[in-house]
Design a protein. Structure first.
Length: 227
């Protein structure tokens, strides 16, 4: 009895990459059976999201850098929505931040595009079974992250109002815009900004912005809509 093929979707903004992967995975095995079925191809993040919702493939080969939405954002959204597809990041980039972001978003594996067909096939099989596969460099990044002491965030030293002000700074608002948004005077906002810089031990607004992004404040705080 023939095995049911693993249903694979490919998301990559380069047509040659998509076609190459599809051709690679459509090749027959030694016993003339096709192990993988390519059920869809997406050329950008939004299309990947729509196709994954509709097709719900077993495994998605997801590029990181795509128009409209990147691979990490698409992965996080699909996981949040409970789409059961396993997601394999297949990219040319292996820096620590991207690896960490992809795994946190819920990717099952992280691979580089220069891998051999045999390794790709093995990774897709593993992903279909829910088993993680990491490129050695990606694995070393994650191991180093666990081994190194993590920097303690100072965000907890801020009051709720100071966090709101910092959020608005980090999302590009001037003191005047912040004052209008929070119904406070510009002078009051300047006072909050000074306090924030002192508490976070940073020199200026730019460093405060980077600090807020690094420690997750931008995704943590949601301000009420202005009436």
């Amino acid at each position: 009895m023939a095995k049911t093929p693993i249903r694979v979707m490919i998301a990559d903004d380069h047509e040659m990459v998509r076609e190459g992967l599809a051709l690679l995975l459509s090749s027959d095995t030694a016993d003339d059976t096709t192990e993988f079925e390519i059920v869809g191809q997406a050329s950008d993040g939004e299309e990947a999201l729509e196709l994954a919702r509709r097709l719900q493939p077993d495994v998605i080969l997801m590029d990181l850098i795509m128009p409209r939405r990147d691979g990490v954002a698409v992965t996080a959204q699909l996981v949040q929505e409970g789409i059961p597809s396993r997601i394999l990041i297949l990219t040319s980039f292996v820096d620590e931040e991207r690896v960490r972001g992809a795994i946190r978003a819920g990717a099952t594996g992280y691979l580089l595009k220069d891998l051999r067909r045999a390794d790709l096939v093995k990774a897709i099989r593993a992903a279909s079974a829910g088993e993680p596969t990491l490129h050695p460099t990606a694995q070393s990044h994650l191991i180093r992250q666990v081994a190194e002491p993590q920097e303690t965030s100072l965000l907890h030293t801020l009051t709720a109002r100071e966090k709101e002000v910092l959020y608005l700074i980090a999302t590009g608002h001037s003191n005047k815009e912040i004052a209008n948004r929070l119904f406070l005077s510009v002078g009051t906002i300047k006072g909050y900004v000074s306090a924030i810089l002192v508490k976070l031990e940073v020199a200026d607004r730019t460093q405060a912005t980077l600090y807020a992004i690094k420690h997750g404040l931008v995704s943590e705080v949601t301000l009420p809509e202005k009436k």
